[in-house]
Design a protein around this ligand. Structure first.
Ligand SMILES: [Zn+2]
Ligand SMILES: [Zn+2]
Length: 261
């Protein structure tokens, strides 16, 4: 997991640059105080989670004995377990699968909330660490994804929050994996907050809410697209985005989120 912000390493600074090194260290502790972002206990220098919270987050990863191959819904029953959950047997989403390595609870929920709503963008390193594990999932390797597309925010929400969390995550993953990020989607209408809506209502609410940007269509046509968002809840938004990408000419759409609600 990449926890350290991008500051020059001690090796790079060399032993003769003590003042500069001390100055940067001071600046780093000013920007990122050495306290756990979740429980405020002291942490190792440069880490945003203490040992206890990091261990809890690790327990929330790949949290069920088996998952639905399509939507990553956990299966808790006894073997033999189906490949696809009952809901995915009745519903055919436009995406091939969603990989979501963590359960959206406890430390994971707190970190994602602070990243998204409290403007703590440096926590992207923790969230992307979880997503990086998700990229190793066999469902995303065959065939390998060719481009990353973030789920877009409506412009007023973007302005209110100051950034699109999906775009920040996709940019980080793009840099560390050599995959091109393309802002190929736009919201054609606001969908409001979906948190209080039931599954069917969410699907109806986001239907037709996304479209591809004409100027980006050539970059996704015939490509295997990996859609990026922070959290999967019902999959309605990812389904609507995947539908728009397929209509825009993408060869296939899979999705990656840090966590599943
Ligand atoms: Zn902690
Ligand atoms: Zn499923």
């Amino acid at each position: 997991m990449k926890l350290l912000p991008r500051f020059p390493s001690a090796a790079f600074l060399g032993s003769g640059c003590g003042c500069l090194r001390a100055g940067l260290k001071g600046l780093r502790s000013l920007l990122y105080p050495p306290f756990c972002t979740v429980c405020a206990l002291p942490t190792e220098a440069g880490a945003h989670l203490c040992g206890g919270c990091a261990a809890e987050a690790a327990q929330l990863k790949w949290w069920a004995p088996a998952l639905c191959r399509r939507c990553s819904r956990p299966f808790w029953g006894a073997a033999p377990l189906p490949e696809v959950c009952v809901e995915c047997q009745q519903w055919s989403p436009a995406f091939d699968c969603v990989v979501a390595p963590c359960r959206f609870g406890g430390v994971v929920r707190e970190v994602v909330h602070q990243f998204k709503y409290d403007g703590k963008r440096h926590l992207r390193h923790i969230v992307c660490g979880w997503m990086q594990d998700g990229l190793e999932d066999a469902r995303l390797r065959d065939p390998p994804a060719e481009v990353l597309v973030p789920v877009p925010l409506h412009w007023w929400k973007h302005r209110l929050r100051g950034f699109n969390q999906a775009e920040v995550l996709a940019a980080e993953l793009s840099g560390s994996n050599g995959l091109r990020m393309i802002g190929a989607l736009r919201r054609v209408r606001s969908t409001g907050t979906q948190t209080r809506l039931a599954r069917e209502e969410r699907r109806a609410n986001v239907r037709g809410a996304f479209a591809t940007r004409l100027e980006c269509e050539r970059q996704i046509q015939g490509r295997h697209v990996l859609l990026v968002d922070d959290v999967l809840t019902t999959g309605a938004t990812l389904d609507a985005c995947a539908g728009a990408l397929l209509r825009g000419g993408a060869a296939s759409v899979r999705a990656l989120t840090a966590a599943r609600g």
